[in-house]
Design a protein around this ligand. Sequence first.
Ligand SMILES: Cc1cc2nc3c(=O)[nH]c(=O)nc-3n(C[C@H](O)[C@H](O)[C@H](O)COP(=O)(O)OP(=O)(O)OC[C@H]3O[C@@H](n4cnc5c(N)ncnc54)[C@H](O)[C@@H]3O)c2cc1C
Length: 422
Amino acid sequence: MKEPSHTDILIIGGGMAGGLMALLLAEQGIAVRVLDGAPMPVCPAGAPALRVSTLSEASHWLLRHAGAWAHLDAARVQAYRHMRVWDQDGTGEVAFDAAELGAPALGWLLENDNLTAALYRAAAAHAHLDWRCDVAVTGVRRAGQGWQVLTDSEVLSADLVIGADGARSLVREAAGIPAAPRDSGHHALVATVETDRPHGACARQVFMESGPLALLPLFSPPDGGQGHRCSIVWSAWPQRIEELMALDDAAFGAALTQATGEALGAARLVSRRAVFAIQERHASSYIGPGLALIGDAAHVIHPLAGQGINLGLLDSGVLAEELVRARAAGLPLAHPGVLARYQRRRRADNLVMQGAMRGFKTLFERRELPVRWLRNSGLDLVNRLPPARHAFMVRALGRAGDLPLLAGPLPLSNETVDRGGE
Ligand SMILES: Cc1cc2nc3c(=O)[nH]c(=O)nc-3n(C[C@H](O)[C@H](O)[C@H](O)COP(=O)(O)OP(=O)(O)OC[C@H]3O[C@@H](n4cnc5c(N)ncnc54)[C@H](O)[C@@H]3O)c2cc1C
C-alpha cells in the first residue's frame, strides 16, 4: 500500500485563523500543509460582502507580521478611530478616541473574504507552505504517535494536526473533545445600509432590551461616493429578528433609523438581509496528543463586541510562538509540554472574554430600574474617567506585544492601510 504523504504540521481549515497560522509558521521556516474544503478564496468586488469583521490592533500587527496585510485590497478596508456605545433605555454613553492613546486607529473593518484572499495570496511567497483548496477532509484518525488525515482522494499523515476548521470542527470531534453548543438566546441579522450622514470613521453600538445593534463604518464606494455605508450586526431574540426579517425594505430602514436614535440620520437598506443563529461553544480542551485547536474550532463567542476572530488570530500567534520555542529548544513540535503551554496561554483569556460577552448581554437585557440606573451610571463613569476609558481601549486594541519570539524586527514598511475616510 502507498505510504501516506507526510508533513510535520497539517492545518485543517484555511479560514482566517488557519491561514494566519500557516503563514506565521512558514515565515519561521517550518514546513506546513493546509487543506480547505472551500474553493480558492477571492476578494469581493463591487458591493460590500455581508460577512465582515472588526480587527483589533493586535490582529493588524499579526497580519502585518505574517506579510498578509499588504495583500489586502486596501480600498476595501476601513479604519475606525472612534467608538460610541450607548444604552437606548437611558442616558448612559461612552465614547472612545484613538487619539487619546496616540494610536492611528481603534480597529479596522474589512470583509472576511478580503482577508482570506490576502492570506492565500501571501502564502504564494513561501516554498514550504502547501495550501490546497477544494480538498475536504473526511476523516482524522490517530496513527502511532501522529495522525492520518483522509480526503476523498488520499491519506495524508502529520506529527501535529491543527484544527482550524470552524465551529463544527471535524478535528475536534475526531479527537473526542466535547464542545457542546449553548444557545445564546440571540440571532444576528447582518446587512449593508446607507445613512444620511457619513460615519466619520466611528464604530457605533446601541444596547437595547432585545439585544445590541452595531453600526460599523464601511469603506467608501470607489466613485468617491455620495453613499455613506455601514455594515450592521443586529443581535436580538429570535422572535424580534423574525419580525425584522418580515418587514419590507422601507419599514426595515425606518426600524433601523429609530433603533439607532438617528445617530447618522435616516438609514436605508442597500443589500439583502442574512441571519445567523448564535450558538456559543467552548472546547473542554484546546489540545490532544499531537493535536491543537484554534479559532472557532476552539471557541465561539457572541459577536456583540466583535472579538471572535481577534481571539482566533491570537490563538494562531501564540501557538506559532510556542512551536518556534519548541524548535529552538530541540523539542518535537507535537511535544505535550509545548501544546500545554499554548492551552495555558489562551484558554483562560478566551473564557474570560466569552464570560464578559454573556455578562454584557444579560446586563443590558434587564429592565429593573436599579439595574438600568447602575448600567447608565457605569457607562457615564467610564466616560468621565480617563484611566477607565484607557483601560477599555487598551483591551480593545488587544496588544500583541507579548509575542516576543515571533516579533523579531517589525516590518516597518508603509503597508499600513489607514483609510480613515470621513
Ligand atoms: C454575525 C457575525 C459577526 C461577526 N463579527 C465579528 C467581528 O466583527 N469581529 C470578530 O473578531 N469576529 C466576528 N465574528 C466571528 C468570526 O466571524 C469568526 O470567529 C471567524 O469567522 C472564525 O474564523 P475561523 O478561521 O476560526 O473559522 P471559519 O471561518 O469557520 O473557517 C473554517 C475553515 O475551515 C474549512 N473547513 C471546515 N471543515 C473542513 C473540512 N472538513 N475539511 C477541510 N476544510 C474544512 C472551511 O472551509 C473554512 O475555510 C462574527 C461572527 C458572526 C456570526
